[in-house]
Design a protein around this ligand. Structure first.
Ligand SMILES: C[S@@+](CC[C@H](N)C(=O)[O-])C[C@H]1O[C@@H](n2cnc3c(N)ncnc32)[C@H](O)[C@@H]1O
Length: 228
């Protein structure tokens, strides 16, 4: 499921790559940093030795993971080379161009896979989740951080107004690409959240999964484990 066009997604991220980090921090009022820290904390709970940060983009989460798990080997993968160029500025040692739908890794080689605001953009959520499952070892953990819609009706309406009216304009000013931010709102509307996302993750072969709404549900963290 998902009808994201990979060519559009790649070109949208290529266009905003140089301003992605600043735009992120401004548009989220810096909260994205806290959400990444929380994701890294959850990833660290199983003392991972090898972590894959998929859709690593500018490498923000990979860098946060490096601070949280200094002993772990962290691999960052993304299918958009201009985004990885930004990640290289963070001196991350293992970065590669790779598509989440066909990961170039053997089965069971990672303890943790993280993906922040990346799964939503992939052409098939179920194929991507199956790939993440495939590269995890028994006892491994997946952490998916992504946008969702608040469940409270009033907040949901206000957030939708921000997403569809204000965000494309602000994103156009800050990142120079209004279309990429119009797409962001549309993709959030289409992306499953809560129980629907837990079901999708479980169908990909995970044994347990829980959803954690963040900031009244503006983002959600899904934590899925593979049985030992
Ligand atoms: C919103 S950025 C997230 C970047 C980063 N994870 C963060 O925390 O800011 C989404 C990233 O997903 C990447 N992406 C989208 N589809 C992908 C795919 N099929 N395979 C690998 N990366 C993909 C994009 O190139 C982009 O860099």
């Amino acid at each position: 499921m998902s009808d994201q066009d990979p060519a559009f997604v790649r070109s949208a991220f290529s266009a905003i790559a140089p301003r992605y980090v600043v735009a992120n921090h401004v548009l989220s009022l810096g909260i994205d940093v806290l959400w990444r820290r929380h994701t890294a904390r959850v990833a660290s709970e199983i003392n991972p030795r090898r972590i894959l940060d998929l859709a690593t983009g500018s490498g923000d989460l990979a860098a946060t993971l490096r601070s949280r798990c200094p002993e772990a080997e962290i691999v960052g993968a993304d299918f958009c080379a201009p985004m990885l160029k930004e990640a290289r500025k963070r001196n991350l040692p293992a970065l590669l161009v790779a598509d989440g739908l066909a990961l170039p890794f053997a089965d069971g080689v990672f303890d943790v896979v993280t993906v922040a605001w990346g799964l939503r953009n992939m052409a098939s959520w179920s194929v991507a989740l199956s790939e993440m499952r495939r590269v995890l070892r028994p006892g491994g953990r997946l952490a998916v951080l992504d946008f969702s819609l608040p469940t409270r009706p009033l907040l949901r309406s206000a957030y939708r107004w921000y997403l569809h009216r204000l965000l494309p304009t602000l994103g156009g000013w800050i990142a120079g690409d209004r279309e990429a931010y119009r797409y962001l709102g549309e993709s959030i509307e289409r992306f499953p959240a809560g129980q629907a996302m837990c079901d999708l993750i479980q169908e990909a072969g995970f044994d347990t999964v829980r959803a954690e709404p963040l900031m009244a549900g503006i983002s959600s963290l899904y934590v899925a484990d593979v049985a030992p």
